[in-house]
Design a protein around this ligand. Structure first.
Ligand code: ADP
Ligand code: MG
Length: 324
């Protein structure tokens, strides 16, 4: 970071622009500096468009996490949405509302984090909007991508008898701040798609139970049985459980922000995928899709009980079901 920070909005934008210069990963025609950016679109592919907003006090705490970590997360969560469609990320537009006190330093830190994640996935930062106010930090990333030659994988293609797999252990992402360090499964999604045809996919941002529930609803009101013994539980969930007394399995089922993929495919294709997962992918079978609607959990011993989807609901400011 330069010793004398730029002083105003345009100085900051200029600083951000200089950080990007000469570093186009994607052959961007025109980046930061004009009224719009210009991109070439590859022949034969379609544009993917996604956006996610992060707010201080909700998705991060600026005072303890720092602006750099916030930028890294903001870019990462959007990349995770592109991964969930088996897409290829290309370019990002970032809008920020900076707290007026310290606006420039926060803007620079944020930018550095955004760029660190963007560079990992060869995404160009092509524009944005910069504002300052007396409110908390808010950052919105809009990410553009392209469908891969294999096409996009939607939430809506699950069928009864399909198998549900996830790409990594789940739960406890808040415990050690792992939610600030998403690992977008872009390469993994590509590799899985090349290996087997997928029926549906989603990234786990709100929690396995509620994200899987989106697949069930979008696929025409299907159900699913999750096998308690097969859910891969993250070590963070186990540690958190020792402190908060909530079973580690509940963390794995309902915590959000693991940013693993939840993948649905035919039983035969799942069998092949599980026996020989492509590099660099880990896959864990967690359950199956049923014609009977609703989520259920099969405990060891075979008892099957209804399971409420209980991810985070921003409008209710708490877990979306199961509470008082
Ligand atoms: P306009 O007034 O035409 O919207 P701005 O002055 O807001 O233009 O922005 C100037 C240029 O800087 C535009 O190319 C815009 O996309 C870019 N820009 C503004 N803020 C950011 C930011 N936070 N990150 C990246 N690019 C930005
Ligand atoms: Mg503007």
């Amino acid at each position: 970071m330069q010793p004398t920070p730029p002083l105003d909005e345009f100085g900051l934008i200029d600083w951000i622009r200089r950080q990007q210069s000469g570093r186009s990963h994607q052959g961007t025609v025109l980046g930061i500096g004009d009224d719009c950016a210009i991109l070439d679109v590859s022949a034969g592919s379609r544009l993917l468009v996604t956006t996610d907003m992060l707010m201080d006090g909700r998705h991060f705490r600026l005072a303890s996490d720092g602006a750099e970590a916030v930028g890294y997360k903001a870019m990462g969560v959007n990349l995770s949405d592109i991964a969930a469609m088996a897409g290829l990320p290309r370019a990002a537009v970032v809008s920020v509302a900076l707290p007026r006190a310290n606006a420039v330093l926060i803007g620079q830190g944020l930018s550095a984090g955004l760029k660190r994640m963007a560079d990992r996935f060869e995404v160009d930062l092509i524009g944005g909007d910069t504002n300052a106010w007396d409110g908390p930090l808010v950052v919105n990333v809009a990410l553009l991508g392209e469908t891969s030659p294999l096409g996009a994988v939607r939430r809506s293609g699950a069928r009864p008898g399909d198998v549900i797999v996830v790409t990594g252990p789940l739960g406890g992402s808040l415990w050690r701040g792992r939610h600030l360090r998403p690992e977008p499964r872009i390469k993994e999604a590509q590799a899985i798609c090349v290996a087997e045809r997928l029926n549906a996919m989603i990234d786990i941002s709100d929690g396995l139970s509620s994200d899987l529930n989106h697949i069930l609803e979008e696929s025409g009101g299907l159900g699913a049985i999750l096998d308690a013994d097969e859910i891969p539980i993250h070590p963070d969930a186990i540690d958190q459980s020792r402190t908060d007394g909530i079973p580690a399995l509940d963390h794995a089922l309902h915590d959000g922000e693991d940013f693993e993929l939840c993948v649905v495919l035919s039983a035969e294709r799942a069998r092949r995928l599980l026996v020989r997962p492509p590099e660099p992918v880990s896959v864990y079978r967690v359950g199956e899709i049923t014609a009977e609607p609703g989520l259920r959990l099969r405990r060891s011993g075979g008892v099957v009980l209804p399971l409420e989807p209980r991810g985070f609901d921003h409008f209710r400011n708490r877990a979306s079901a199961g509470g008082p």
